[in-house]
Design a protein around this ligand. Structure first.
Ligand SMILES: [Zn+2]
Length: 64
Protein backbone atom coordinates (compact mmCIF):
# COMPACT_ATOMS: atom_id res chain seq x y z
CA UNK A 1 0.00 0.00 0.00
CA UNK A 2 2.82 2.37 0.87
CA UNK A 3 4.56 1.50 -2.37
CA UNK A 4 1.40 2.13 -4.41
CA UNK A 5 0.94 5.56 -2.87
CA UNK A 6 4.52 6.55 -3.61
CA UNK A 7 4.29 5.35 -7.22
CA UNK A 8 1.03 7.27 -7.75
CA UNK A 9 2.53 10.45 -6.34
CA UNK A 10 5.55 10.13 -8.60
CA UNK A 11 3.37 9.61 -11.68
CA UNK A 12 1.08 12.58 -11.00
CA UNK A 13 3.70 15.12 -9.90
CA UNK A 14 6.64 14.14 -12.13
CA UNK A 15 5.53 14.73 -15.76
CA UNK A 16 3.28 17.66 -14.89
CA UNK A 17 6.03 19.59 -13.12
CA UNK A 18 8.64 18.73 -15.72
CA UNK A 19 6.70 20.04 -18.71
CA UNK A 20 5.02 22.93 -16.95
CA UNK A 21 4.99 26.23 -18.82
CA UNK A 22 5.12 29.07 -16.29
CA UNK A 23 2.94 32.16 -16.69
CA UNK A 24 4.82 35.37 -17.32
CA UNK A 25 4.53 37.84 -14.45
CA UNK A 26 1.59 40.22 -14.83
CA UNK A 27 0.10 38.49 -17.90
CA UNK A 28 -3.58 37.68 -17.29
CA UNK A 29 -3.81 35.58 -20.42
CA UNK A 30 -1.18 33.26 -18.96
CA UNK A 31 -2.26 33.61 -15.33
CA UNK A 32 -5.91 32.59 -15.75
CA UNK A 33 -5.25 29.19 -17.37
CA UNK A 34 -2.41 28.60 -14.88
CA UNK A 35 -4.91 28.88 -12.03
CA UNK A 36 -7.33 26.59 -13.82
CA UNK A 37 -4.52 24.14 -14.35
CA UNK A 38 -3.76 24.04 -10.62
CA UNK A 39 -7.39 23.21 -9.89
CA UNK A 40 -7.48 20.53 -12.57
CA UNK A 41 -4.25 19.03 -11.26
CA UNK A 42 -5.69 18.93 -7.74
CA UNK A 43 -8.76 17.17 -9.11
CA UNK A 44 -6.58 14.66 -10.93
CA UNK A 45 -7.86 15.88 -14.33
CA UNK A 46 -4.63 15.35 -16.21
CA UNK A 47 -6.16 15.76 -19.68
CA UNK A 48 -7.34 19.23 -18.66
CA UNK A 49 -3.84 19.96 -17.33
CA UNK A 50 -2.25 19.09 -20.66
CA UNK A 51 -4.91 21.11 -22.51
CA UNK A 52 -3.94 24.15 -20.46
CA UNK A 53 -0.24 23.49 -21.01
CA UNK A 54 -0.86 23.46 -24.75
CA UNK A 55 -2.86 26.68 -24.53
CA UNK A 56 -0.14 28.42 -22.58
CA UNK A 57 2.59 27.22 -24.93
CA UNK A 58 0.84 28.51 -28.04
CA UNK A 59 0.00 31.80 -26.31
CA UNK A 60 3.64 32.28 -25.32
CA UNK A 61 4.66 31.88 -28.92
CA UNK A 62 2.27 34.72 -29.77
CA UNK A 63 3.84 36.92 -27.10
CA UNK A 64 7.32 36.70 -28.53
ZN1 LIG B 1 0.95 35.73 -21.56
Amino acid sequence: MQRTAAATQKMTSGPVHLGLPEPKGGCDVCGAPARGRETAHRNGDLSKVSDVNGEMCSHREDER
